[in-house]
Design a protein around this ligand. Structure first.
Ligand code: SF4
Ligand SMILES: [Zn+2]
Ligand SMILES: [Zn+2]
Length: 310
């Protein structure tokens, strides 16, 4: 049977590379790139403008963070008021992290962006591999997935590096799927305060560098297509050996099922988060103050980093 003729782009006569179901458009490569970057710029514009000074891009080496660095470098190239740096955390996960760090080195060198790293071992006193093998310390002594300390120390590492570099913002490559998963997890936990505190941040909070998420409203598949069309290196993030125990990955499966049955679910959760952010000020969950043990910002008496440290 002859292959079906390729659909044309809804905006020109070139063959379409994708169909965007929620906008009803078939798009060619050029028009997809325009559609993608327009929404990322719109998300930046919703926060006012690209923050002036140093923007620290949180770079894991995965497709989303590499795409974020690429996008920000493109839009800030001719802007003398914006400097980019990249910041990465080495979790200490053998066979997984090294390939991603190699990509970080390559993409920052190619773009002339300074790159800074910190190891979880230096923050926690143990690698994530050590923790998973029973060598780490959980605050309650329970057997809990490695993503617990990994997430806490990654956030702290990125924030500390960005603060030390004098950054006015931390940009991350979180996409719509990530956002929807995080919102759903907090809804299921009934954690309204945390929901209100989630990035993006409009107002600065003491010790915490505000976060900027240009891809927050863009589905993961589109970030992948953007990376492919722009010729960016793709690192398979599903390789982390501890991913199977992560609650986030359960949420991902739940949301993929819901989205298939009821298209627009992820966008619905995004709108819900925006409504929460309008209705509940981030300080409603308690003021940010200095941790009594280490001085890092926390909404409790001592910070999560101290609780997890060896
Ligand atoms: S899956 Fe969990 S342990 Fe692996 S890198 Fe992600 S947060 Fe860390
Ligand atoms: Zn087109
Ligand atoms: Zn502390």
């Amino acid at each position: 049977m002859a292959p079906a003729p390729a659909r044309s782009c809804s905006k020109c006569s070139a063959p379409a590379v994708t169909f965007v179901r929620y906008s009803g458009q078939h798009l060619c490569g050029d028009h997809f790139l325009h559609f993608f970057e327009k929404r990322a710029k719109l998300e930046v514009a919703r926060r006012g403008r690209l923050p002036h000074g140093t923007i620290a891009v949180a770079l894991s080496g995965g497709k989303d963070s590499v795409a974020c660095l690429h996008f920000l470098e493109k839009v800030s190239r001719d802007n003398p008021k914006v400097d980019l740096v990249a910041v990465s955390v080495d979790e200490g996960i053998a066979g997984y992290r090294q390939g991603a760090l190699d990509i970080c080195r390559r993409v920052t060198e190619e773009r002339g962006v300074p790159w800074h790293t910190v190891a979880i071992r230096d923050l926690a006193g143990y690698d994530i591999d050590d923790y998973a093998a029973g060598g780490g310390k959980h605050p309650t002594g329970e057997d809990r997935p490695a993503c617990g300390p990994c997430g806490v120390f990654r956030r702290t590492g990125i924030n500390t590096l960005a603060r030390e570099l004098g950054a006015s913002a931390v940009a991350t490559g979180h996409n719509l799927d990530d956002t929807a998963q995080t919102v759903l997890m907090n809804v299921l936990n009934g954690d309204l305060d945390r929901l209100a505190r989630l990035a993006p941040h409009d107002a600065p909070r003491p010790g915490l560098v505000p976060r900027l998420l240009p891809f927050r409203s863009i589905p993961e598949k589109e970030v992948l297509l953007y990376g492919l069309l722009e010729g960016l290196p793709i690192h398979d993030e599903a390789e982390c050996p501890y991913a199977a125990r992560a609650n986030r990955f359960r949420m991902r499966d739940v949301l993929l099922g819901l989205e298939a049955d009821q298209p627009g679910t992820r966008h619905g959760l995004l709108r819900f988060h925006d409504r929460v952010r309008e209705a509940v000020p981030p300080e409603a969950g308690g003021e940010v103050s200095a941790c009594a043990a280490c001085g890092e910002p926390t909404s409790g008496e001592t910070c999560k980093t101290c609780a997890w440290r060896a």
